[in-house]
Write a protein that binds this ligand. Structure first.
Ligand code: PAF
Length: 286
């Protein structure tokens, strides 16, 4: 395993002439790595010859300075956690990624004002911009994204399609703690009590899923049910609850596979989670 800090060096190594047996699997991260990231790495390892992880806390995707400052920075532990499982760890500096004359950014269309886009203005533009840069530097065969950030996965998939980028975007099911809490770098900011409260979010999503599987027809009734359960959680502030198609289209009636997405503050920590619900009778959580 090698830690690479220079963008040029990373590009040179990654773009060495490759063949079908020398594929690259890429996992972009912002560090504070946990078992969810390890699941992405495991899948990349199975499907590619070489695995590259980037660690870059992207200032452009934070809505405000204080959120950026509070983001956990654990580079040494991160390297220790993943070094045996990857070929390269790319840790670029902000001034290499965004030199002084950097100007353009990606526009994310309908996602600008929807769900995460509504509550985190500029987030997806910043996220898509850095992901595009990283994909251009590394040119991986496959890039892996956790489905906990479901809308991010959809935005990146759309970007790759719209700009004819030759990388397959792979969504990896959410890894949960035994309690059901979706793993997230932000969980480290929860107190023990808040963590216990947060574990109930997934239980509420599972209840909603079974209501749908038992024949509920109206997405708005499900949204109301989930919101009413979430507001009962101590210290909670609900930002959104949405029942959408797998492509995140609004639904008038429940008629296709769908995803229920939520964003809720527990205390000071903003958590997002989701559950996929098949429209058929049987289906598995992710
Ligand atoms: O999901 C994340 O950690 C970030 O949004 C990503 C994809 C690494 C881009 O900065």
């Amino acid at each position: 395993m090698n830690v690479i800090k220079s963008l040029k060096e990373m590009a040179k190594i990654a773009q060495e002439p490759s063949n079908s047996k020398n594929t690259i699997g890429f996992i972009p991260t912002m560090g504070a790595l946990h078992n969810g990231h390890l699941a992405l790495i495991r899948q990349a390892r199975k499907e590619n010859k070489r695995v590259i992880v980037s660690i870059f806390i992207n200032p452009k995707q934070f809505t405000n300075e204080s959120d950026l400052m509070k983001y956990p920075r654990t580079i040494e532990q991160d390297v220790e956690l993943i070094q045996d499982f990857v070929d390269f760890i790319f840790i670029p500096s902000a001034c290499e990624i965004y030199p002084q004359d950097f100007q353009l950014s990606i526009s994310v269309g309908a996602h600008t004002h929807d769900l995460e886009g509504e509550f985190r203005p500029g987030h997806f533009e910043g996220m898509a911009t850095v992901v595009l840069k990283l994909l251009n530097i590394i040119r991986p065969d496959r890039a892996y994204f956790g489905l906990k950030d479901y809308q991010q996965f959809i935005v990146v998939s759309q970007m790759v399609k719209d700009f004819n980028i030759d990388t397959k975007i792979i969504g990896v099911p959410t890894i949960r703690e035994i309690s059901g809490l979706a793993m997230s770098s932000r969980n480290t900011r929860l107190s023990d009590k808040e963590k216990e409260i947060s574990t109930r979010i997934y239980g509420i999503l599972q209840k909603a899923k079974s209501v749908i599987l038992n024949g509920a027809q109206n997405p708005q009734d499900i949204e109301k049910f989930v919101a009413s359960e979430l507001v009962k959680l101590p210290k909670s502030k609900v930002e959104y609850v949405a029942v959408r198609s797998l492509q995140l289209a609004k639904m008038k009636v429940i008629e296709s596979d769908m995803v229920i997405l939520v964003a809720v503050y527990i205390g000071e920590v903003r958590l997002i989670d989701n559950i996929i619900v098949p429209s058929g009778i049987q289906g598995a959580d992710h």
